[in-house]
Design a protein around this ligand. Structure first.
Ligand code: ADP
Ligand code: MG
Length: 267
């Protein structure tokens, strides 16, 4: 059994079926079915406008689907609010502007832990310190424990992204959604962040769904890949299968197709 098959053989954390959404006359997502297993890093790829972000926003409750079902370990999520879905264990990485630049890295993570424990009403320095141990443990997971006492405002962009990941892990998610997590990052930082996401998925048994434009990163990190084109899933498989899929080659990866920020065809 290949690695990818071993992963998909795990129990599905998230099961999506018949997911559909139209905006006016545009069918952004149409009858999309897929599952993400515990401990699996699943890449959702496709050209700009394919419907990837709309899918993510339906999974986390920000957009209500026209049709379809999203089940977390068998429990229906469609119709629930983003906060309810988040509390049930569907985490997502946010824009890092959500952190407080003058507070330290550890304090920022502790704040999230407090909000999870619904202790924000008693926000004091001593309360933050009570959550420090857990914050440091999370920062250690993302390789940021050494910078715990630096203000968030002075961190490099790639390091902020790691803190963002630690914050998302604070909710002990069963599913983690990452829509273009490496946007704006340098190539080396991108590889490192996706390597980290893969390690966390495998070690913590979290189901991770992510989008990424750099196909080298997708092919080297994802356990399995699904391809969206004009709102519909057109392929599913491991890197080798996706690389050689005729329909994927024609619609997305083929010569002259724009699929990566660094790979735009010359004018
Ligand atoms: P991707 O993330 O793959 O680039 P999106 O999910 O953002 O694609 O968009 C899919 C399609 O839906 C596009 O045609 C886009 O213009 C349209 N779309 C997305 N969000 C909205 C919206 N809020 N209102 C109207 N059209 C939208
Ligand atoms: Mg998008």
């Amino acid at each position: 059994m290949s690695f990818a098959e071993a992963r998909t053989a795990g129990s599905p954390a998230l099961s999506v079926s018949g997911l559909s959404k139209a905006f006016g006359g545009v069918q952004a997502v149409k009858d999309v079915d897929f599952q993400v297993a515990e401990g699996e890093l699943l890449a959702l790829i496709g050209p700009n406008g394919a419907g990837k972000s709309t899918c993510f926003n339906m999974l986390n409750g920000q957009i209500r689907p026209d049709r379809g079902s999203v089940k977390l370990s068998g429990e229906e999520l469609v119709g629930r609010s983003p906060a309810q879905i988040w509390r049930r264990g569907v985490g997502r990485t946010f824009q890092i502007t959500a952190t407080f630049p003058s507070m330290t890295v550890a304090e920022n993570v502790a704040m999230v832990l407090m909000s999870q424990a619904r202790e924000l009403f008693s926000f004091t320095r001593s309360a933050v310190n009570r959550h420090r141990a857990k914050a440091l443990q999370l920062l250690d997971m993302v390789g940021m424990a050494g910078q715990a006492d630096r203000p968030c405002g002075v961190l490099a962009y790639g390091d902020l992204k790691r803190v963002e990941l630690a914050v998302a892990l604070g909710n002990e998610p069963r599913v983690l959604l990452m829509d273009e997590p490496t946007a704006g990052m340098a190539p080396r930082e991108r590889v490192e962040l996706m390597g980290l996401a893969a390690r966390l998925a495998h070690e913590l048994d979290v189901a991770v769904l992510f989008t990424e434009h750099d196909m080298d990163i997708v092919f080297s990190h994802a356990d399995r890949i699904i391809v969206l084109s004009r709102g519909e899933l057109i392929a599913e498989g491991d890197a080798e299968q996706i690389r050689s899929d005729p329909l994927v080659l024609k619609t997305y990866l083929g010569e002259g197709q724009v699929y990566g920020q660094d790979k735009k065809p010359k004018d």
